[in-house]
Ligand binder design. Structure first.
Ligand code: SF4
Length: 278
Protein backbone atom coordinates (compact mmCIF):
# COMPACT_ATOMS: atom_id res chain seq x y z
CA UNK A 1 0.00 0.00 0.00
CA UNK A 2 1.22 3.51 -0.78
CA UNK A 3 1.42 6.24 1.82
CA UNK A 4 2.91 9.73 1.86
CA UNK A 5 4.78 9.04 5.08
CA UNK A 6 6.45 5.85 3.92
CA UNK A 7 9.57 6.72 2.00
CA UNK A 8 11.15 3.38 2.85
CA UNK A 9 12.84 2.16 -0.31
CA UNK A 10 12.11 -1.45 0.54
CA UNK A 11 8.37 -0.65 0.76
CA UNK A 12 7.49 -2.45 -2.47
CA UNK A 13 9.69 -5.42 -1.60
CA UNK A 14 11.80 -4.84 -4.70
CA UNK A 15 15.52 -4.35 -5.17
CA UNK A 16 15.60 -1.44 -7.61
CA UNK A 17 12.11 -0.01 -7.88
CA UNK A 18 10.58 1.97 -5.03
CA UNK A 19 7.33 3.88 -5.33
CA UNK A 20 6.82 6.99 -3.24
CA UNK A 21 3.52 8.77 -2.93
CA UNK A 22 4.60 12.36 -3.34
CA UNK A 23 2.39 15.24 -2.30
CA UNK A 24 4.78 17.65 -4.00
CA UNK A 25 4.59 15.77 -7.31
CA UNK A 26 0.84 15.15 -6.83
CA UNK A 27 1.14 11.47 -7.57
CA UNK A 28 3.37 8.44 -7.43
CA UNK A 29 7.04 9.01 -8.00
CA UNK A 30 8.62 5.76 -9.16
CA UNK A 31 12.18 5.76 -7.94
CA UNK A 32 14.89 3.65 -9.50
CA UNK A 33 17.47 2.90 -6.82
CA UNK A 34 20.79 2.09 -8.48
CA UNK A 35 22.56 1.95 -5.09
CA UNK A 36 20.87 -0.85 -3.15
CA UNK A 37 24.24 -1.26 -1.39
CA UNK A 38 23.84 2.22 0.23
CA UNK A 39 27.14 3.34 -1.31
CA UNK A 40 27.88 6.88 -2.43
CA UNK A 41 31.05 8.67 -3.50
CA UNK A 42 30.06 11.58 -1.19
CA UNK A 43 28.97 11.73 2.44
CA UNK A 44 26.64 14.66 2.91
CA UNK A 45 26.12 15.37 6.58
CA UNK A 46 22.34 15.60 6.08
CA UNK A 47 22.14 12.34 4.10
CA UNK A 48 19.11 10.29 5.09
CA UNK A 49 20.46 6.96 3.82
CA UNK A 50 20.86 4.58 6.77
CA UNK A 51 24.17 2.71 6.88
CA UNK A 52 25.66 4.90 4.13
CA UNK A 53 29.10 3.74 2.99
CA UNK A 54 31.68 5.26 0.66
CA UNK A 55 31.79 3.54 -2.67
CA UNK A 56 29.91 3.07 -5.89
CA UNK A 57 26.84 1.27 -7.16
CA UNK A 58 27.14 -2.49 -7.60
CA UNK A 59 26.63 -4.16 -10.95
CA UNK A 60 22.99 -3.59 -11.95
CA UNK A 61 21.00 -6.65 -13.00
CA UNK A 62 19.28 -5.01 -15.96
CA UNK A 63 16.85 -7.90 -16.54
CA UNK A 64 15.72 -7.79 -12.94
CA UNK A 65 15.33 -4.01 -13.05
CA UNK A 66 13.20 -4.28 -16.18
CA UNK A 67 11.09 -7.10 -14.67
CA UNK A 68 10.52 -5.11 -11.48
CA UNK A 69 9.52 -2.01 -13.39
CA UNK A 70 7.19 -3.85 -15.75
CA UNK A 71 5.66 -5.76 -12.83
CA UNK A 72 5.08 -2.64 -10.78
CA UNK A 73 3.61 -0.65 -13.68
CA UNK A 74 1.25 -3.54 -14.50
CA UNK A 75 0.17 -3.70 -10.88
CA UNK A 76 -0.57 0.00 -10.86
CA UNK A 77 -2.69 -0.41 -13.99
CA UNK A 78 -4.55 -3.54 -12.87
CA UNK A 79 -4.65 -3.81 -9.09
CA UNK A 80 -6.87 -1.16 -7.45
CA UNK A 81 -5.95 -2.41 -3.97
CA UNK A 82 -2.55 -0.75 -4.24
CA UNK A 83 -4.36 2.60 -4.05
CA UNK A 84 -6.28 1.87 -0.87
CA UNK A 85 -6.51 5.11 1.08
CA UNK A 86 -4.95 7.20 -1.73
CA UNK A 87 -6.90 10.26 -2.91
CA UNK A 88 -8.29 9.97 -6.49
CA UNK A 89 -6.21 12.84 -7.87
CA UNK A 90 -3.01 11.24 -6.56
CA UNK A 91 -3.59 7.94 -8.40
CA UNK A 92 -1.20 8.71 -11.23
CA UNK A 93 2.46 8.22 -12.01
CA UNK A 94 4.04 11.64 -11.60
CA UNK A 95 7.59 10.78 -12.61
CA UNK A 96 10.26 8.16 -13.06
CA UNK A 97 13.27 9.21 -11.00
CA UNK A 98 16.76 7.72 -11.19
CA UNK A 99 18.16 8.30 -7.75
CA UNK A 100 18.78 5.96 -4.90
CA UNK A 101 20.67 5.30 -1.73
CA UNK A 102 23.86 6.74 -3.21
CA UNK A 103 25.05 8.45 -6.37
CA UNK A 104 23.27 6.74 -9.31
CA UNK A 105 25.81 7.76 -11.98
CA UNK A 106 28.43 5.60 -10.27
CA UNK A 107 26.56 2.65 -11.84
CA UNK A 108 28.29 1.53 -15.05
CA UNK A 109 24.85 0.72 -16.46
CA UNK A 110 23.53 4.28 -15.97
CA UNK A 111 23.25 5.03 -19.74
CA UNK A 112 21.34 1.77 -20.33
CA UNK A 113 19.00 2.57 -17.45
CA UNK A 114 18.09 5.90 -19.08
CA UNK A 115 17.40 4.09 -22.37
CA UNK A 116 15.27 1.49 -20.58
CA UNK A 117 13.10 4.16 -18.96
CA UNK A 118 12.67 5.86 -22.32
CA UNK A 119 11.54 2.56 -23.86
CA UNK A 120 9.13 1.76 -21.04
CA UNK A 121 7.55 5.18 -21.28
CA UNK A 122 7.19 4.90 -25.06
CA UNK A 123 5.44 1.52 -24.68
CA UNK A 124 2.73 2.81 -22.34
CA UNK A 125 0.35 5.55 -23.46
CA UNK A 126 -0.55 6.24 -19.81
CA UNK A 127 3.06 7.27 -19.20
CA UNK A 128 3.36 9.51 -22.24
CA UNK A 129 3.56 12.75 -20.25
CA UNK A 130 5.56 11.34 -17.36
CA UNK A 131 8.82 13.12 -16.67
CA UNK A 132 12.06 11.12 -16.48
CA UNK A 133 14.42 12.67 -13.97
CA UNK A 134 17.96 12.11 -12.74
CA UNK A 135 18.82 13.16 -9.21
CA UNK A 136 22.61 13.44 -8.96
CA UNK A 137 25.48 15.08 -7.12
CA UNK A 138 26.93 15.83 -10.56
CA UNK A 139 30.43 14.65 -9.67
CA UNK A 140 30.80 12.29 -12.64
CA UNK A 141 29.11 14.35 -15.33
CA UNK A 142 32.34 14.72 -17.31
CA UNK A 143 32.86 10.97 -17.68
CA UNK A 144 31.95 9.89 -21.20
CA UNK A 145 29.31 7.23 -20.31
CA UNK A 146 27.64 9.57 -17.83
CA UNK A 147 27.58 12.41 -20.37
CA UNK A 148 26.09 9.99 -22.88
CA UNK A 149 23.33 8.96 -20.46
CA UNK A 150 22.52 12.59 -19.68
CA UNK A 151 22.45 13.46 -23.37
CA UNK A 152 19.97 10.63 -23.93
CA UNK A 153 17.90 11.95 -21.02
CA UNK A 154 17.89 15.35 -22.74
CA UNK A 155 16.66 13.73 -25.95
CA UNK A 156 13.86 12.13 -23.93
CA UNK A 157 12.90 15.63 -22.72
CA UNK A 158 13.89 14.62 -19.20
CA UNK A 159 15.55 16.73 -16.56
CA UNK A 160 18.41 16.63 -14.09
CA UNK A 161 18.39 17.78 -10.48
CA UNK A 162 22.04 18.67 -9.82
CA UNK A 163 23.17 19.04 -6.21
CA UNK A 164 24.99 22.25 -5.21
CA UNK A 165 25.01 22.86 -1.45
CA UNK A 166 27.89 25.36 -1.17
CA UNK A 167 30.08 27.70 -3.19
CA UNK A 168 33.54 27.15 -1.73
CA UNK A 169 35.96 24.25 -1.23
CA UNK A 170 35.55 24.65 2.55
CA UNK A 171 31.75 24.46 2.17
CA UNK A 172 31.89 21.29 0.07
CA UNK A 173 34.22 19.74 2.66
CA UNK A 174 31.93 20.69 5.53
CA UNK A 175 28.57 19.79 3.98
CA UNK A 176 29.31 17.06 1.43
CA UNK A 177 32.52 15.68 3.01
CA UNK A 178 34.19 15.82 -0.38
CA UNK A 179 37.14 17.68 -1.93
CA UNK A 180 35.86 19.90 -4.69
CA UNK A 181 36.69 23.28 -6.13
CA UNK A 182 33.83 25.64 -7.00
CA UNK A 183 35.36 25.96 -10.49
CA UNK A 184 35.04 22.19 -11.07
CA UNK A 185 31.43 22.17 -9.85
CA UNK A 186 30.56 25.14 -12.08
CA UNK A 187 32.17 23.42 -15.08
CA UNK A 188 30.22 20.18 -14.47
CA UNK A 189 27.01 22.06 -13.93
CA UNK A 190 27.50 23.94 -17.21
CA UNK A 191 28.29 20.68 -19.00
CA UNK A 192 25.20 19.00 -17.58
CA UNK A 193 22.96 21.93 -18.55
CA UNK A 194 24.33 21.79 -22.11
CA UNK A 195 23.14 18.16 -22.39
CA UNK A 196 19.77 18.22 -20.61
CA UNK A 197 17.43 20.62 -18.82
CA UNK A 198 19.03 21.10 -15.41
CA UNK A 199 17.72 22.34 -12.07
CA UNK A 200 20.09 23.06 -9.22
CA UNK A 201 19.08 21.32 -6.02
CA UNK A 202 20.35 22.83 -2.78
CA UNK A 203 19.82 21.83 0.83
CA UNK A 204 20.11 24.54 3.48
CA UNK A 205 19.99 24.12 7.25
CA UNK A 206 21.59 25.22 10.50
CA UNK A 207 24.83 23.58 11.58
CA UNK A 208 25.68 24.08 15.27
CA UNK A 209 22.92 26.68 15.40
CA UNK A 210 24.13 28.80 12.46
CA UNK A 211 22.59 28.99 8.99
CA UNK A 212 24.49 29.88 5.78
CA UNK A 213 26.37 33.18 6.18
CA UNK A 214 25.97 36.04 3.71
CA UNK A 215 29.51 35.45 2.36
CA UNK A 216 28.68 31.78 1.73
CA UNK A 217 25.56 32.71 -0.21
CA UNK A 218 27.67 35.15 -2.28
CA UNK A 219 30.10 32.29 -3.09
CA UNK A 220 27.21 29.99 -4.02
CA UNK A 221 25.72 32.63 -6.33
CA UNK A 222 29.15 33.23 -7.91
CA UNK A 223 29.34 29.50 -8.68
CA UNK A 224 25.91 29.56 -10.35
CA UNK A 225 26.88 32.66 -12.35
CA UNK A 226 30.11 30.96 -13.45
CA UNK A 227 28.09 27.98 -14.67
CA UNK A 228 25.75 30.37 -16.52
CA UNK A 229 22.45 31.50 -15.01
CA UNK A 230 20.82 31.52 -18.44
CA UNK A 231 21.59 27.81 -18.90
CA UNK A 232 19.79 26.76 -15.71
CA UNK A 233 16.11 26.02 -15.18
CA UNK A 234 16.17 27.32 -11.63
CA UNK A 235 16.89 26.28 -8.06
CA UNK A 236 15.05 23.77 -5.87
CA UNK A 237 15.76 25.00 -2.37
CA UNK A 238 15.21 22.42 0.35
CA UNK A 239 15.13 22.56 4.09
CA UNK A 240 15.79 19.51 6.26
CA UNK A 241 12.77 17.40 5.33
CA UNK A 242 13.80 14.17 7.01
CA UNK A 243 16.32 13.36 9.73
CA UNK A 244 19.96 12.87 8.81
CA UNK A 245 21.32 9.37 9.35
CA UNK A 246 24.89 10.67 9.69
CA UNK A 247 26.87 11.17 12.93
CA UNK A 248 26.41 14.96 12.53
CA UNK A 249 22.61 14.61 12.88
CA UNK A 250 22.45 16.13 16.40
CA UNK A 251 24.32 19.23 15.13
CA UNK A 252 21.76 19.92 12.37
CA UNK A 253 18.47 21.78 12.64
CA UNK A 254 15.98 23.25 10.21
CA UNK A 255 16.21 26.86 9.09
CA UNK A 256 13.19 28.95 10.11
CA UNK A 257 10.90 29.66 7.14
CA UNK A 258 11.86 33.36 7.13
CA UNK A 259 15.56 32.57 6.66
CA UNK A 260 14.79 30.06 3.90
CA UNK A 261 12.70 32.69 2.12
CA UNK A 262 15.45 35.28 2.52
CA UNK A 263 17.93 32.94 0.79
CA UNK A 264 15.38 32.25 -1.95
CA UNK A 265 15.05 36.02 -2.40
CA UNK A 266 18.80 36.42 -2.85
CA UNK A 267 18.83 33.67 -5.49
CA UNK A 268 15.86 35.23 -7.31
CA UNK A 269 17.83 38.48 -7.64
CA UNK A 270 20.04 36.64 -10.17
CA UNK A 271 16.98 36.06 -12.36
CA UNK A 272 16.68 32.37 -11.47
CA UNK A 273 13.38 30.74 -10.58
CA UNK A 274 13.34 29.25 -7.08
CA UNK A 275 11.03 26.59 -5.68
CA UNK A 276 11.18 26.31 -1.91
CA UNK A 277 10.40 23.11 0.00
CA UNK A 278 10.75 23.71 3.74
S1 SF4 B 1 25.06 12.67 -2.67
FE1 SF4 B 1 23.01 12.02 -2.00
S2 SF4 B 1 23.21 9.83 -1.46
FE2 SF4 B 1 25.29 10.71 -1.61
S3 SF4 B 1 25.80 11.27 0.50
FE3 SF4 B 1 24.92 13.09 -0.49
S4 SF4 B 1 22.71 13.03 -0.01
FE4 SF4 B 1 23.56 10.98 0.41
Amino acid sequence: MLTIADHDRAAAGLRYVYPVLSRRAQGISIGINLNPNNACNWRCIYCQVPGLTRGRAPEIEMDRLEDELRGFLSRLAEDESIFTGVARDMRRVADLAISGNGEPTTASEFPQVVELLGRMRAERPALRDVQIRLITNGSLVERAPVSRGIRTLGELDGEVWFKVDAGSAAGFRRINDTRLSPQAVARRLARCASLCRTWVQSCVFRLDGAGPQSREIDEYLTLLRTAGIERLQGVLLYGLARPSMQPEAPRLSALPAGELDAIAGRIRETGLRVRVSP
